[in-house]
Design a binder for this molecule. Structure first.
Ligand code: ADP
Length: 620
């Protein structure tokens, strides 16, 4: 990858971080500054005090310097502790995960539904997250690098300021052969030697990091494997299967084969070999470096270039300076490696968005009079060979009860998904009040529909919060929706009524509800949204016959002036509707009222009705 590209990726990542978390970056910069500056202040004052002790020893001056050191240290250390605390509350591992989660979650939520459903999208996201958890490479690494870079720069500036005089102050002429240390060539040689040794340590570190990164794929797989097993074993719903079939034995066998972290793994081999050696050499080199500095500084002090107190200042300053330089070189090495991971993460963030381009506001009509028309609509799922819907043309009359019936796989749910703009038609147009729905603002358009899908999910929060999908909500409205959906009696009988938490995921007092009750709660949730269209996908599938009857008996009360669309393969449920659409193999083969459709002798509706008649002869 070209250097400019690497630089652009880095720049984009830093800008993204600053935009998303400005306080985090502010606190990091403040802490880095204090962290780098304080040691120099200490060094400088200590050198002054030691020089005074080794020199004239004026009591007043000594006390003055000690007090100044203590005061400066106290104030700065307090400031540093405050900055660290501020920074920690914003940057601990949990927060970092939260930022990452939010960034990815927002993207998933805003991308086109077909991309969200695409397994490749999830594979990509999975790889990004696994790498981030395993080695912090990707966006997270940029934050750590920014922190280290700032510290390194401050360290460098302070180090240079405090160590320039080390090279400038000459050894006394009477120091014999040591005067050669005053020669410019000698000074340049020493500086080069120090710079060379400084560069060696990060170079070795980068070798070790590269090895670590090479284990990424294997360890990512390991992480995925073990989290999968953990979830499998700990999920109560699967406990019966695990016990009955003794799947734990099977898991043990598989675990012994999976060796991402074991002694024979790539990571372990690297730790014993190349990576371990590079890491050890890097530490050894940095120690040798300190030895060299001591040697040089002490020889100069011995030659009378400066007092004994300055020895600590120069050793400290040069060590810090070299540390800063090494850190910058290490960051450069890491940034090269990280470019690949950043590019991968951005390829997820940059998945294009086709569906959000509309800008028209959806007219808010108090009379709820919206009209929807399908005009020659055909649809094929991405990567699918066959059309799931073929040439559908129809109009909804406002306030109607519309039923969509057909056998499984006939395209009923797809029809609803298109209506809700989870996908755009492959051919044809869908119009709302005469305007192509693609022209509307996507979120506003979605507000027109409330859907209870067959595979709805309630959350492990309170009943009221589930119904309102908000933390705080209108209790009266939520209660009225529960009443309409026929679940209020059950909610009222719960220990804390509307505040009762569902399921036990987050609370021991959580209440389990039956499939039918959950479905009624989902209907209440759809009613609370108060959209013009209420769509129920197999609304009574999980209900017992009595509850089913109850729902249909109060259908008009539930739906009020809304346009209702029912999807069902149970034809008895749909007789109540004004208009029935019959789907078969992706085509709309019939349309009309129950009586009209039943009268058509060779029609699909009649065929389906007769096939199901045995279950509801009595009703008919
Ligand atoms: P129904 O709701 O009537 O049972 P669907 O609308 O769910 O039928 O499915 C219609 C057709 O589209 C079926 O052949 C089904 O296999 C296919 N299909 C449904 N969802 C997808 C998908 N996400 N990707 C590819 N094909 C799908």
């Amino acid at each position: 990858m070209k250097k400019t590209k690497k630089y652009q990726l880095m720049k984009r990542a830093v800008c993204m971080w600053c935009r998303e978390q400005p306080a985090l970056f502010g606190s990091t910069a403040l802490y880095a500054l204090l962290n780098a500056v304080i040691p120099y202040i200490t060094l400088w004052f200590t050198a002054q005090i030691l020089n005074e002790l080794a020199g004239t020893r004026q009591r007043g001056l000594l006390i003055q310097k000690i007090v100044a050191l203590l005061a400066a240290e106290s104030v700065l250390l307090l400031l540093k502790a405050a900055a660290l605390r501020w920074n920690h509350t914003l940057s601990d591992g949990f927060c970092m995960k939260l930022y990452e989660w939010k960034r990815h979650f927002d993207k998933l939520l805003s991308m086109d539904f077909c991309d969200m459903e695409n397994p490749q999208t999830h594979e990509l996201l999975n790889a990004v997250q696994q790498t981030s958890h395993w080695s912090s490479f990707g966006m997270r690494m940029v934050y750590y690098q920014f922190q280290n870079f700032l510290e390194a720069v401050f360290q460098l500036i302070g180090g240079i300021a405090l160590s320039v005089s080390l090279f400038r102050l000459p050894v006394r002429q009477e120091a014999g052969w040591l005067v050669m240390l005053n020669h410019p060539v000698c000074i340049v040689l020493v500086a080069l030697l120090l710079a060379g040794v400084t560069a060696l340590s990060p170079y070795l570190e980068t070798i070790s990091t590269k090895c670590w990164i090479e284990c990424d794929a294997e360890c990512t797989l390991g992480n995925r494997f073990f989290s999968f097993l953990y979830n499998l074993m700990s999920e109560p719903k699967r406990a019966l299967d695990v016990r009955l079939y003794r799947q734990d034995i099977f898991f043990d066998q598989i675990t012994s084969i999976q060796d991402s972290y074991g002694t024979k793994s790539k990571a372990a081999r690297y730790a014993r070999g190349k990576a371990g050696a590079a890491c050890a050499a890097s530490v050894a080199v940095s120690k040798i470096f300190i030895g060299l500095i001591y040697l040089f500084v002490c020889i100069k002090a011995w030659g009378g270039a400066f007092g004994i107190g300055s020895v600590t200042q120069y050793v400290g300053a040069i060590t810090a300076l070299s540390g800063g330089l090494a850190k910058i070189l290490e960051i450069v090495g890491e940034a090269g490696i990280n470019a690949f991971y950043l590019e991968r993460e951005f390829s997820f963030m940059d998945i294009p968005n086709q569906m959000y381009q509309g800008s028209l506001t959806v007219e808010k009509r108090a009379d709820q009079h919206y009209e929807v028309e399908f005009r020659n609509v055909s649809f094929r799922y991405p990567n699918a060979e066959n059309f799931a819907l073929k040439n559908i043309s129809m109009k909804f009359k406002v306030g109607q009860r519309l039923a969509v019936v057909g056998q499984n796989g006939s395209g009923k749910t797809t029809f609803i998904k298109l209506l809700c703009r989870l996908y755009d038609p492959t051919e044809g147009q869908i119009l709302l009040n005469g305007i192509d729905i693609r022209k509307y603002d996507y979120r506003e358009y979605m507000r027109v529909f409330s859907v209870v899908f067959q595979d709805f999910h309630l959350l492990a929060f309170s009943v009221g919060q589930n119904i309102a999908a908000r933390e705080s909500y209108d209790r009266e409205r939520a209660q009225s929706c529960c009443q309409k959906a026929g679940v209020w009696q059950r909610v009222a009988s719960m220990a804390s009524g509307m505040d009762t938490v569902l399921y036990k995921d987050l609370s021991e007092k959580g209440v389990e509800v039956s499939g039918g009750e959950a479905q009624k709660l989902a209907i209440a949730r759809a009613l609370y949204r108060d959209s013009a269209f209420l769509i129920l996908d197999e609304p009574t599938a999980a209900l017992d016959p009595l509850s089913e009857y109850e729902i249909y008996a109060r259908l008009s009360e539930i739906v009020e002036d809304k346009t209702a669309v029912y999807i069902s393969h149970r034809l008895s449920s749909c007789r109540f509707c004004d208009e029935i659409l019959v789907f078969h193999k992706g085509c709309m083969v019939q349309q009309g009222s129950h009586e009209r459709l039943l009268a058509q002798k060779d029609g699909k509706y009649r065929e389906l009705w007769n096939a199901q008649a045995q279950y509801y002869v009595a009703e008919h």
